[in-house]
Every structure is written in structure tokens, then in C-alpha cells.
Design a binder for this molecule. Structure first.
Ligand SMILES: Cc1cc2nc3c(=O)[nH]c(=O)nc-3n(C[C@H](O)[C@H](O)[C@H](O)COP(=O)(O)OP(=O)(O)OC[C@H]3O[C@@H](n4cnc5c(N)ncnc54)[C@H](O)[C@@H]3O)c2cc1C
Length: 378
């Protein structure tokens, strides 16, 4: 009988896992990939959408295009996970797994920051980015605050990218001098594991007149007074607020009883949970790496290799090393790269490459190659 692998979530991690298993085993394995959405969208595409560089339709990759040997995709909402029996319930059916992989990402907890839902914009969801497509052109100047409401949050460089792109956007519209631009984030520096990267971003902020308020988070918004309240009770008045909501694992993960401090604990090298045959990877797990697609993808490859090795009776593959390369938009059409290594050495390290047009082309390839690999076609 075929081994039944059930993958919960068809994001960065789930798509890479399903693809790697299919490539190695084809119809010799039965992979069920479940997601409530009908399409995948890269996180970074949200920045493109909000600045009107593309449309929400253009960045959607419909799951209906997945055609891989051994893989069936189901568009269903997962309503319960029993890690002891590896049984999953959805709004349509129940599924039993020999190997269960939870890759459900992180959700946004809008209620954790009073006033955020009513009085502010967020750019971390496709809907929020799409709203900003209309809000930004109508903005004619004033105090702009990009504010992070809690850590950990996805893609630590993204709020800095947003601030740099806002600068370019206001400049192009001829209103930069009428805008005061501030970024608030709980991290002390923009990219803590790489001082060179942080220095480059802080240098770019200084050059462009963007104020960085590090080591602080936005704890509430007062929509009536148009004020962001920080965790030290200081206040930042704004005319336009762009928030990064507090994150948490999806409700179904919390209800499964697997989470600790909001996320699923795993053994970092293997991504195994404490439940036999159950793995968790990507943003819904506590792996010891930041919440970013490149880390979810690499972790998925480790889980795939482990499943393949077990089926073939081969030795366990090398463990997860926590490495990943992140592209960082600096504006002016240039992108930098930082190669981070979280788990190989005694402490995380990061090697920075200066922003360039060549790296902008490399990022383009990063996206198009994943699209081709996961969905087929150009
Ligand atoms: C603005 C922005 C910029 C970013 N830039 C980058 C970048 O440049 N590089 C990078 O590596 N990362 C970037 N990221 C982060 C990246 O998008 C995420 O870290 C990554 O997608 C996490 O992968 P994942 O597989 O863990 O989860 P996800 O990709 O979030 O996938 C989880 C899936 O689970 C599904 N799901 C959740 N709950 C249920 C349920 N109950 N039933 C069914 N399905 C469910 C969701 O629909 C989703 O498809 C960025 C994020 C943002 C917001």
C-alpha cells in the first residue's frame, strides 16, 4: 500500500514539499495537499500590489494548475487536526495520514492591537495591499508611520522595504517634501543577524530622511486622534498608518493542542514534532529561524528527503541548517541580498551583498523559477 502523506497548507513550505516528493517518487506515494485558498501569492508580491506595480490578479498562481504525479490538491478548510491519530478534518471530509506535515503559516491577529482594524491600513495581506493601491494615490502628504505590532513577524526586512519604497513613491509623485516618514519595529536593528545589512538599511534611511524607531512596537491605534501608541506609552501622530499586524498560528493549530507560546515546537534539525509521524515547518512552527518563505522551503526539502529515505530504507539525510537568502528592496530599482545561516554555527551570521540591478534580476528569477517548479509552465 502507498504511504499516505497529508500536507496541510499549500504555501512556500507545502508546495515545495509536494513537488520534491512527486519528483522523487511520482505515483509511488499518495500526497494529499490541502489549502483553503484557490491560489498561492508570494509575500513580496504584496509590496508590488500596494504600489500599483502589478494587479492582485496578475500575482495569483491558481492551485488548479498543479499537475504532479502522486499529488492531489484539495481546496478545503481544515477544521481539526488530531496529532495522536494523524487524522485531519476539513469542511468536506476526513483524512488519515501515515505522515502528516503541518505547514499552515501564520495568521494575523488584528484584535491584539486595539484600533488597528478600524483606524489603520495593513500591507501584509493581499486584501490590505489591494486597499492601499487606492489609498496611496489619494494621499497628498503628512505624517506617515509604518508600524510593526509584534514579533515574530514575517520577513523581518519587509517593513524596511516598505519605508524605502514609500520614499520612492512619494518622490515620484512630487510630495516627498510634504511627508514625514517613520518606521517603528520591535527589533533593535532592521536585520539583527547581519550588522552589515542593518547598517546599509540604516544608511539608506538616513540618506532619505526616514526615521527608524527600533526596539519599539505599536501597542494600539487611536483612530479618533490618529495616534499610534507604542509599548512605552509614547505616541506618534499620523495621517497615514501602514501596519504589520501581530502574528499567530492559525486557530486550528492552536485548537489541536500542539502549540506552545503560539507556535508548534519542533526539533530544529528534523522538523519533527513530539508526535510520531507528524512534522511542522515554516511560519506555524518554532524552528529557530525567522518567518520567511526561503526558510520554509528549505525546511520542506529536509522533511521530503527524510520521508524519501525512510521509504527507500536509506540512512537519514543531513539535518536542517537554517540557511536562506533574502532579497531586500532598496528602492530605485535596486535589490540587495543577505545570505543568512541560523543554525550551523554558535550564533546566526549574515553575508550582505550591496543593492544592484543584477540582484533585482536574480529576485525575478527566484520568483519565476518557483512558479515554474511548483505549478509547471513558464
Ligand atoms: C509583505 C511581505 C513580504 C515578504 N517577502 C518575503 C521575501 O522576500 N522572501 C521570503 O522568503 N519571504 C517573504 N515573506 C514571508 C513569506 O511570505 C512567508 O514567510 C511564507 O509564505 C511562509 O511559508 P509557509 O509555507 O510557512 O506558510 P504560507 O506560505 O503562509 O502558507 C500557509 C498556507 O496555509 C493555508 N491555511 C491556513 N489555515 C488554513 C486552514 N485552516 N485550512 C486550509 N488552509 C489553511 C493558507 O491559505 C496558506 O496558503 C514576505 C511576507 C510578506 C507579508
Amino acid at each position: 500500500m502507498q504511504t499516505r502523506v497529508v500536507i496541510l497548507g499549500a504555501g512556500f513550505g507545502g508546495l515545495e514539499l509536494a513537488t520534491t516528493l512527486s519528483e522523487a517518487l511520482g505515483d509511488d506515494i499518495a500526497v494529499t495537499l490541502i489549502d483553503k485558498s484557490d491560489a498561492f501569492v508570494f509575500g513580496f508580491a504584496k509590496l508590488d500590489v500596494m504600489f500599483g506595480r502589478t494587479t492582485p490578479d496578475a500575482v495569483r498562481m491558481p492551485y488548479s494548475e498543479i499537475a504532479k504525479a502522486g499529488v492531489r490538491f484539495l481546496q478545503e478548510t481544515i477544521t481539526a487536526i488530531d496529532p495522536d491519530t494523524r487524522r485531519v478534518t476539513t469542511d468536506a471530509d476526513t483524512y488519515e495520514a501515515d505522515v502528516l506535515v503541518i505547514a499552515l503559516g501564520a495568521d494575523y491577529d488584528m484584535d491584539a492591537t486595539p484600533g488597528l482594524a478600524e483606524g489603520a491600513n495593513e500591507f501584509y495581506s493581499v486584501a490590505g495591499a489591494n486597499t492601499l493601491r487606492d489609498v496611496l494615490p489619494a494621499f497628498s502628504g503628512g505624517r506617515v508611520v509604518v508600524g510593526v505590532c509584534g514579533a515574530p513577524f514575517k520577513c523581518p526586512p519587509a517593513p524596511s522595504e516598505c519605508a524605502l519604497l514609500l520614499h520612492d513613491y512619494f518622490l515620484a509623485r512630487g510630495i516627498r517634501e510634504d511627508c514625514d516618514l517613520k518606521l517603528v519595529m520591535p527589533l533593535g536593528t532592521p536585520v539583527p543577524p547581519s550588522p552589515d545589512t542593518s547598517q546599509a538599511i540604516l544608511g539608506a534611511f538616513a540618506e532619505r530622511g526616514i526615521e527608524f524607531v527600533g526596539g519599539r512596537r505599536v501597542s494600539s491605534i487611536d483612530p479618533a486622534r490618529k495616534v499610534a501608541v507604542l509599548d512605552d506609552d509614547s505616541e506618534l501622530p499620523f495621517d497615514l498608518f501602514l501596519g504589520v499586524p501581530k502574528h499567530r498560528a492559525p486557530d486550528v493549530v492552536i485548537a489541536s493542542g500542539m502549540s506552545e507560546n503560539g507556535y508548534i515546537p519542533v526539533e530544529s534539525r528534523t522538523l519533527a514534532t513530539s508526535y510520531p509521524g507528524v512534522y511542522a515547518l515554516g511560519d506555524c512552527a518554532t524552528v529557530g529561524v525567522p518567518k520567511a518563505g526561503v526558510f520554509a522551503e528549505r525546511a520542506a526539502r529536509v522533511v521530503a528527503k527524510s520521508v524519501i529515505a525512510k521509504l527507500r530504507g536509506e540512512p537519514e539525510p543531513e539535518g536542517y541548517d537554517g540557511r536562506g537568502s533574502c532579497y531586500i528592496e532598496f528602492g530605485r530599482g535596486r535589490i540587495a541580498r543577505v545570505d543568512i545561516d541560523f543554525l550551523s554555527g554558535p550564533k546566526p551570521t549574515g553575508v550582505f551583498q550591496e543593492p544592484s540591478e543584477a540582484l533585482a534580476a536574480e529576485k525575478e528569477h527566484f520568483g519565476s523559477s518557483r512558479k515554474a517548479r511548483w505549478f509547471g509552465g513558464p
